[in-house]
Design a protein. Structure first.
Ligand code: FPP
Length: 257
């Protein structure tokens, strides 16, 4: 398992995104209900946020609830919503103590009012914090975000506010992540190797890291391991290896955030 000391500070990923997967299987292995896995997943959320803040990562995005998750049994959805409310309520002080700003992406207005209120409270309270930005993806999906962006662009076009041929930079302004840089590293736990409709536009040049660890078992050391692995890779952004080695300072992906 990797240690914090193995991480090269100068090459820290600025933005890490996480698909927290495997809660249900973790619980099942223990003969428990799926919600038991989600509850234990909160400990991993805490560890990951703490570790990212300690390291000096700028953005951490967690896929907490996808639009597709509405297809789960209603008792599991209710339990996940309650868990979200209680966790945000309980952890807002921790966010304040650690100068962490909470942000959200996704269709938050489609969540139950109680959840919206709690989230809004935490967003307001932490809005002046200048450390890690913790982004919760709530009622989010990549295709939803892209179709919303196109719909809103269409409205602006009809109103005469924009020209009819937007470039990538202009389209990026319509995404819920318009002020957030693209992720450098995506982690998915539980041995599944797919994107599940997460940040489809933003992950264009992101390094993908898949681990068999189930989310409730994910600890700081697992995050360090993912970062060490990321740092061993050469990010080429379409260039040749020789170009990248020759001119490291220009080794940047197109960034709109
Ligand atoms: C995926 O595991 C996990 C989720 C859909 C929810 C993740 C939520 C939490 C960890 C708790 C609340 C989060 C915050 C940020 C307060 P799964 O149920 O798909 O697992 P499985 O693939 O084994 O069934």
């Amino acid at each position: 398992m990797a240690t914090k000391e193995e991480i090269i500070q100068e090459r820290l990923p600025r933005h890490i995104a996480v698909i927290m997967d495997g809660n249900g299987r973790w619980a099942k292995k223990r003969g428990n209900q799926r919600i038991f896995g989600h509850r234990n997943g909160v400990k991993s959320v805490r560890e990951t946020v703490e570790a990212a803040a300690e390291l000096g990562v700028s953005y951490l995005t967690l896929y907490a609830f996808s639009r597709e998750n509405w297809n789960r049994p209603s008792h599991e959805i209710d339990a996940l919503m309650s868990l979200l409310v209680s966790t945000v309520e309980r952890e807002t002080k921790t966010l304040m103590d650690n100068n962490i700003q909470l942000l959200t992406i996704g269709d938050v207005q489609g969540l139950p009012f109680k959840v919206q209120d709690k989230i809004q409270e935490a967003l307001d309270k932490t809005s002046a914090n200048t450390g890690l930005k913790l982004v919760l993806a709530l009622n989010y999906s990549g295709r939803w975000e892209l179709s919303e962006a196109l719909r809103r662009f269409g409205e602006d076009y009809k109103a005469g506010n924009v020209s009819g041929s937007p470039d990538e930079k202009e389209l990026n302004q319509y995404l819920t992540t318009s002020h957030i840089p693209d992720p450098d590293l995506l982690i998915r736990t539980s041995g599944e190797a797919r994107l599940s409709n997460f940040l489809l536009w933003q992950l264009a040049y992101t390094e993908l890291y898949f681990t068999d660890v189930l989310w409730p078992d994910f600890r700081k050391e697992n995050l360090f391991e993912a970062i060490v692995n990321y740092q061993s890779r050469e990010r080429r952004f379409g260039k040749t290896s020789e170009q990248v080695v020759r001119n490291k300072s220009k080794n940047n992906a197109p960034q709109y955030g």
